[in-house]
Design a protein around this ligand. Structure first.
Ligand code: LRH
Ligand code: MN
Length: 388
C-alpha cells in the first residue's frame, strides 16, 4: 500500500468546481438523449452538484452559465447552495446562442450588437456581485467559416476594445478569465483560438485578467502541459476547464481518454506553483454526460483528478532533479513513470475514510438512493439543457 502521509495535507487542498450544465441534458447535433430525473432549474442542478461534494469532499463550488442558470434571486440561490454545503463559483457568459451574434458578438462590426454583448457581460458582473463569485469566464464562439469572410485584424481590435470595457467593470476582488478554443462552432478562424491570443488580449487588460485552459480546445497532439508551464511561468493561468477527448472538443470525463496526459498536466501545475493553496489557478470541470448518468459521471471525474494529483504529488522531485542535472535521460523518465504507474487508489480510499468520507464514493452514491428519489420527484416541467 502506497504511503500518502507525505502528501496528505496537499491532497486536502484540492477543490474542483463543477459545471451546472453537466447535470442538464446535453448531446451533439445528431441527438440529445434526455435522462429521467434531470434537473428542471438551477436549484435542482445545485442539489445534484452537492451530492458530488457530499460523497467526495472535492467539489465545494458550482459554476453557473448565464442565461441557462437565470433565477429571480441569485442571493437566494447562493443561500440554498450554502444549505447544501456548497457555494456558487465562476459565472460563465454566453454570447453564442443569440441570432444577433451569427457573425460575432464582442467582435461584431455593428456597434449595437457589440454593445449588447458587452451589456450581457455587465449583467454577469452584477450577478457575480450578488453571488460573491470571483471569476467571470468568457468563452467566445466568435470567428468565421470562410477565408475573406471578414477582416481578422479588425476583429482583434474590436475584441480588445470590448474586453477593455468589460474589464473596467470588473471589481477589485474579481477576475476576467478568457478561454480560448481552436475551432467550433467557427470552422475557418476563431477570434480567440489559442493560448497566445488569449494571453496577448488579457495582458493588455491588466493583472485581474487571466487565461482559461480548456483541455479539449487544442489541435491534436498539442503538448498541453508545455502551455500550462508557460502560462504559470507568466503568471496568467487563471483556470482549467478539465475534460478529455479522443478527437475534438468531445467534453468527455477528464482522464478517461488520456490519463497520462492529465498526469503530465498536473505535474506541471504542481511544479509551477498552480496547485492548491500555492497558486491562483482554479480547477473546474467542463463536461457533458451525453449517455452516462450525470452525477456518477461527475463523481468519477473528480476522483480521476484526485488520483492523478496524488500520483503527481508522489513524483520524487529530488531524485528527478538529480537525474536531470546529470543528463540521465532514462533515469529521469523512469522516475516520472514510476509515479504515474503508482496505484494510489487503495491508499486514497483509506485517506477518504480517515476524513469521514466514503472509501468508495461511486458505491456510496449508488447506495444513497438519491438517483431513484430524483427520478420519482422530478416529474413534469422542462428538463434543463443547453437551450440551443
Ligand atoms: C466551449 C466551452 C465553454 C463553455 C461551454 C459550455 O466549448 O468549453 O467553456 O461556455 O463549453
Ligand atoms: Mn470550456
Amino acid at each position: 500500500m502506497v504511503d500518502l502521509a507525505a502528501i496528505s495535507s496537499r491532497l486536502a487542498e484540492q477543490a474542483i468546481e463543477l459545471p451546472s450544465w453537466a447535470f442538464g441534458n446535453s448531446g451533439t447535433r445528431f441527438k440529445v438523449f434526455a435522462q429521467p430525473g434531470v434537473p428542471r432549474d438551477p436549484y435542482e442542478k445545485i442539489a445534484d452538484a452537492a451530492q458530488v461534494h457530499r460523497h467526495t469532499g472535492l467539489a465545494p463550488t458550482v459554476a453557473l452559465h448565464i442565461p441557462w442558470d437565470k433565477v429571480d434571486s441569485y442571493a437566494d440561490l447562493a443561500k440554498r447552495a450554502e444549505d447544501h454545503g456548497v457555494a456558487l463559483g465562476t459565472i460563465n457568459s454566453n454570447t453564442f446562442q443569440d441570432d444577433d451574434y451569427k457573425l460575432g458578438s464582442v467582435t461584431h462590426r455593428d456597434d449595437r450588437i457589440r454593445r449588447k454583448a458587452i451589456d450581457h457581460h455587465f449583467e454577469c458582473i452584477d450577478i457575480m456581485n450578488e453571488t460573491g463569485s470571483r471569476d467571470l469566464k468568457i468563452w467566445l464562439a466568435d470567428g468565421t467559416n470562410y477565408p475573406g469572410q471578414d477582416d481578422m485584424r479588425g476583429r482583434q481590435d474590436r475584441l480588445a476594445d470590448s474586453l477593455a470595457k468589460i474589464y473596467e467593470r470588473i471589481g477589485d476582488n474579481q477576475r476576467l478569465v478568457l478561454e480560448y478554443k481552436i475551432f467550433e462552432p467557427s470552422f475557418y478562424h476563431t477570434d480567440v483560438p489559442d493560448w497566445g491570443t488569449s494571453y496577448a488580449q488579457v495582458s493588455a487588460l491588466g493583472d485581474r485578467a487571466v487565461v482559461c485552459l480548456d483541455t479539449g480546445h487544442h489541435a491534436p497532439s498539442t503538448n498541453i502541459e508545455f502551455i500550462v508551464m508557460q502560462l504559470l511561468r507568466l503568471g496568467k493561468l487563471g483556470s482549467f476547464d478539465f475534460n478529455s477527448r479522443f478527437y475534438a472538443d468531445d467534453d468527455l470525463i477528464v482522464g478517461a481518454a488520456d490519463p497520462f496526459q492529465l498526469f503530465r498536466i498536473l505535474v506541471e501545475v504542481i511544479r509551477g506553483g498552480g496547485y492548491g493553496g500555492d497558486g491562483d489557478t482554479a480547477f473546474m470541470l467542463d463536461q457533458c454526460h451525453n449517455i452516462e448518468d450525470k452525477i456518477p459521471g461527475q463523481i468519477r471525474s473528480v476522483l480521476n483528478v484526485q488520483e492523478m494529483t496524488a500520483r503527481a504529488l508522489l513524483v520524487d522531485t529530488a531524485a528527478l532533479d538529480a537525474a536531470q542535472r546529470a543528463g540521465d535521460v532514462l533515469t529521469a523518465n523512469g522516475l516520472f513513470m514510476d509515479a504515474f504507474y503508482t496505484d494510489v487508489r487503495p491508499a486514497l480510499a483509506e485517506w477518504r475514510a480517515s476524513r469521514g468520507l466514503p472509501e468508495d464514493p461511486m458505491r456510496a452514491y449508488a447506495e444513497s438512493g438519491y438517483a431513484a428519489t430524483i427520478v420519482a420527484d422530478r416529474v413534469g416541467g422542462a428538463q434543463a439543457g443547453w437551450g440551443a
